[in-house]
Design a protein around this ligand. Structure first.
Ligand code: ZN
Length: 88
């Protein structure tokens, strides 16, 4: 994603890139609410792609960040799968 879009993301800037991410989250929400399976898949891809653009602009090492925040065990209960109660 960095090789593909970094220069365009950099030119667009953080604020506008975040606005695109926000728009894609709204489109994903709409697709889920409509139960449109094809659109859900497409919008998930868009949300992840725009989130990666934000990560690239901020110099985030996504693999490292994911593994730190979401190792193969739940960060709260320490289990896999997670056994935490929802909302806690
Ligand atoms: Zn848990």
């Amino acid at each position: 994603m960095k090789e593909l879009y970094y220069e365009k993301d950099k030119a667009r800037g953080e604020t506008k890139t975040l606005a695109w991410l926000k728009g894609e989250v709204k489109e994903l929400t709409d697709a889920v609410m409509k139960n449109d399976e094809k659109a859900v898949g497409e919008e998930v891809a868009d949300v992840v792609a725009w989130a990666l653009s934000v990560a690239n602009l901020k110099g985030v090492d996504v693999e490292k960040a994911l593994l730190e925040k979401y190792p193969n065990l739940c960060g709260y209960c320490g289990k896999n799968p997670c056994v935490c109660e929802e909302g806690k």
